[in-house]
Design a protein around this ligand. Structure first.
Ligand SMILES: [Zn+2]
Length: 254
């Protein structure tokens, strides 16, 4: 498997060796560097690449069980509607929450928790510049999210989902130090981009496999729109829903 701890040293040794050979052309050195940077960019952007750190993106099972997850809340506009639909259909889910939003609506987090859903850490700031932070700053950010969640429900999450699904060496170190279990997804809905409910529903139900983890956002109207039909269709296909921690058999809280 491609790992940064393998690719980077090999590239470095190759480049040094080429530079040490008298008269060796420079272009292979730059080509090696470009390939290495390409791998780094791919590894950072693909949550399932396991390039910098192993991120669990689905369960290894033949049983027809799947898990729903909602990122970026709690959001006053759509989280309550999603909770209502989940309750009506008796479906458990995971909510990877942003600390700043928890701070604004702690009562909503309590509602999610009391309804039996899992709360995960999705950073405090969810800043677009999050991945440029030092490991120490990332740890502080994740700590702040934990504290706001703990203040609301009295529990500290073990599951962490990287903002934007981006990983890098600094975040990998922060995750390891804080002993989080990094969780990604295997079915990305793109509900923040797609506005057409029919297309979105068709896309996410096209090729569902046992153990799949769905990524949605409880900040999107279109997600509320398709959720009842999604649950119905999957149940008709024989799938059952489990909470991510139960699907993956990992501890939910510290
Ligand atoms: Zn997010």
């Amino acid at each position: 498997m491609l790992k940064s701890r393998v690719i980077w040293p090999i590239s470095l040794v190759l480049m040094i060796a080429m530079l040490l050979i008298p008269g060796f052309p420079l272009w292979p050195v730059f080509l090696t560097l470009a390939v290495c940077i390409g791998f780094m960019a791919w590894g950072a952007s693909q949550v399932s690449s396991n390039f910098f750190i192993d991120v669990i993106c689905k369960a290894q099972t033949k049983e027809k069980i799947v898990a729903l997850s909602f990122d970026d809340g709690p959001a006053e506009n759509y989280t309550p509607q999603i909770l209502e639909i989940l309750q009506q259909h008796k479906v458990p889910a995971a909510f990877f929450c942003i600390g700043q939003r928890v701070e604004k609506t702690p009562e909503l987090l309590v509602k999610i928790h009391e309804a039996g859903h899992l709360i995960g850490n999705h950073s405090y700031s969810h800043s677009t510049l999050f991945d440029l932070n030092t490991t120490r700053n990332m740890e502080n950010d994740l700590d702040m999210a934990d504290i706001t969640i703990d203040e609301a429900i009295g529990l500290k999450p073990r599951l962490f989902r990287p903002p934007y699904g981006v990983t890098n060496p600094m975040l990998a170190k922060a995750i390891k130090r804080k002993k989080y279990i990094p969780v990604g997804w295997s079915i990305r809905s793109m509900d923040t981009v797609t506005k057409d409910a029919d297309k979105l529903l068709a896309k996410v139900t096209k090729d569902v496999q046992p153990g799949d983890i769905f990524l949605f956002h409880d900040t999107c109207a279109v997600t509320v729109k398709i959720l009842p039909a999604l649950i119905k269709q999957l149940k008709e296909k024989g799938f059952a829903f489990k909470r991510i921690d139960e699907l993956l058999n990992v501890p939910a809280y510290a």
